[in-house]
Design a protein around this ligand. Structure first.
Ligand SMILES: Nc1ncnc2c1ncn2[C@@H]1O[C@H](COP(=O)(O)OP(=O)(O)O)[C@@H](O)[C@H]1O
Ligand SMILES: [Mg+2]
Length: 353
């Protein structure tokens, strides 16, 4: 049987470029070389495309921060991609997880792993994720939506009416509607980049200015005091969900450093929670995945509120971290699906509707 030609794309133009290198090299290393002829593709931060020319058997998982050295520029990207049967874009964040590369692959009529254009773009945009989760009636943190424009800030209400406000006014609304502390997030962030916790009005103004460097659209959320748990889903129409994993961040919240640099951050699989709560999380994970029009895979993140035990959704990641110690593959491993087998299933799901 001839091997399936699989393009694996890593790097990319987002703030999660380095994380993608780690995820992508991990995927390449673990793919079954008997089944796949691998085309490793690297996109640099500027958006230039390269073949990753390192000998496939010698590719090791590169830690976050290590760069791709052995590379040769791809002069005709479309022609190169046309050679492949299936593409696995192991890209996180903008231009990778937000529907743009998915749209490009749709135009080329290439099957690819993961969510399609709509699911990817909703999942990447925290404001629109919230809108969809509201519609699906899934518990979530209260929030406000503001936008930065040339003239200043606009506050956007639940019916999308727009009001020009000063940062001072916004700080007042936050106090009244949400109460401090709050989390301030660029709508399109990932890996906690651009996110800050604001404990008072002064910090809010700083956090909003900071978030606005990453996106015009900004989400401000009430704080949920709770345990952080995650659930992995897999499938197209028939969707399966795993057991639950818990995160114990080593810092005040799960920041970029806590995720990738602080080895004190820990995950517990399976989380020590009741079967009822696990089931509720699994049900909501599948519901959220369907609500955003998900396909293939997602990792869905929740809080379990300390005082009430309420399950509250935080976000959905349509291309979650994919190193061997990342939560997504770890959860499947706990379910008896090895990392290599998981990759096989994802690639198979890419080729069917
Ligand atoms: N509303 C909230 N209440 C409490 N903690 C939060 C809230 N929102 C975010 N956090 C903390 O910030 C981290 C990053 O936020 P998240 O929305 O998951 O962004 P990202 O997409 O960058 O992972 C979360 O893992 C959690 O630790
Ligand atoms: Mg998160």
């Amino acid at each position: 049987m001839s091997k399936l030609k699989l393009g694996v794309i890593l790097g990319g133009m987002s703030s999660e470029h380095d994380v993608s290198i780690t995820s992508g090299t991990s995927v390449i290393k673990k793919l079954d070389k008997e089944k796949y002829e691998i085309y490793p593709i690297y996109i640099d931060k500027q958006g230039n495309w390269y073949e990753y020319t390192k000998n496939l058997d010698e590719i090791e998982v590169l830690e976050v921060g290590r760069q791709i050295e052995e590379k040769r520029e791809i002069t005709n990207v479309i022609e190169y991609l046309q050679e492949c049967d299936v593409i696995f874009p192991v890209l996180h964040g903008l231009y990778g997880e937000d529907g743009t590369i998915q749209g490009f692959l749709e135009l080329l009529k290439k099957p690819y792993v993961g969510c399609k254009v709509l699911g990817s773009s909703i999942g990447m945009d925290k404001v629109y994720t919230k809108v969809i989760f509201d519609r699906a009636n899934i518990n979530q943190a209260k929030y406000l939506y503001i936008k930065k424009t040339e003239q200043g800030y606009i506050y956007i209400d639940k019916e999308f009416n727009e009001y020009s406000y000063s940062l001072n006014d916004i700080a007042e609304i936050v106090k009244k509607e949400l109460g401090y502390p709050v989390y301030v997030k660029p709508s399109n962030s990932g890996s906690s980049v651009g996110i800050n916790k604001a404990h008072n009005e002064e910090e809010l103004e700083e956090a909003v200015e900071f978030a606005s460097k990453y996106d015009r659209k900004i989400l401000i959320e009430e704080e949920i005091k709770g345990r952080e748990v995650e659930c992995a889903v897999l499938g197209n129409e028939e969707v399966e969900a795993t057991c639950i994993g818990e995160i114990l961040p080593a810092e005040e919240f799960y920041t970029f450093d806590a995720k990738y640099k602080n080895s004190e951050s820990r995950v517990i699989i399976p989380a020590e929670i009741s079967e009822n709560i696990s089931e509720e999380i699994r049900r909501n994970a599948i519901k959220a995945f369907k609500a955003i029009d998900g396909k293939g895979l997602s990792r869905v993140d929740f809080f379990i509120e300390h005082e009430t035990n309420r399950v509250i959704i935080n976000e959905i990641n349509t291309m979650p971290g994919f190193t061997q110690i990342s939560m997504y593959p770890k959860l499947w491993e706990q379910m008896g699906v090895s990392y290599t087998e998981l990759l096989d299933r994802l690639i198979e799901l890419a080729t069917i509707c």
